[in-house]
Design a binder for this molecule. Sequence first.
Ligand code: AN7
Length: 326
Amino acid sequence: MTTPAERYRDRLPLDSGWPVVSLGEGSTPLIPAPRISARLGVDVHLKLESANPTGSFKDRGMTIAVSQALADGARAVICASTGNTAASAAAYAARAGIPAVILQPEGAVALGKLMQARAVGARVLEVRGTFDQALAAARELGERGTHVLVNSVNPYRIQGQKTAAFELAEALGGPPDVLALPYGGGGNTRAYALGFEEWGEAMPRIIAGEAAERATTLASAIRIAEPVHRAEAEAAITASGGSVVSLTDDELLAAWRELAEREGVFCEPSSAAGVAALARVELEPGSRVVCVITGHGLKDPAAVERATVAPLQVDPDPDAIAAAAG
Ligand code: AN7
């Protein structure tokens, strides 16, 4: 399989001698969403970034950032994370053979993501504070030079991440009319805008769904009070003719449910933000829309427990099972 680093080498800041640290990221599926399309009167496709090696979009940027860190002789990488950056950084660091220090806001990271970072041997530290406070501490350690920071303020993250825009333009024979995605820190939004700008055809209208209650949303991946890329991300959204849509947890969960039950796509709650945001904007009938599904549903089993009905218990008796199956 060709990785984004190979496929788009001439569009990436890669030195020729570089060993690329890869887990087979990119080339993610782009699938139609017929029922969501019918409801909205537009042609919706889903870009399943949840199909990346660690189950989220972060792997595209992490392959490039960790490769650069290795080439620079880094002794260790560090990140603060609501969970997915951590899972990705930990896996790519393991692949590179360098230690990863992971700062998680205590009690605020979904179970699957916590287990991923632990499983690959990262040094996981639970910070008594918010994501924003943990990020400030990680940035400080990055500046001291003891650790290479691999949060998306590391420019190689955005560089790698932009390859998702190239894949979309190639798959569709040009950029979509509308790109809808979750908006947490804004790094992904920035990366798509950069990618489509470099692609050189039209810029899609960017619809970015954020949690209305940023500090407390059940969508823990985007529980980020202060988006670090706010200025650049929102400038790109405005320039594209798009908008930021603030979503309640009920709106996020309704879109999450629709993706799961009506399209068969099981993502984590934050990943439904693009679909949820579309319901709140005017759309040109028939236009081509891509929603980015940023993370896999298995990351957050607690969200499923909260939002769905628990299984009934039955005896191994066909009549009892037939009655219970309904
Ligand atoms: C599934 O892992 O910030 O707007 O530390 O995990 O680029 O921040 C995750 C963010 C959307 C928001 N969907 O993207 C982290 C982290 C999922 C995410 C976002 C995140 P950005």
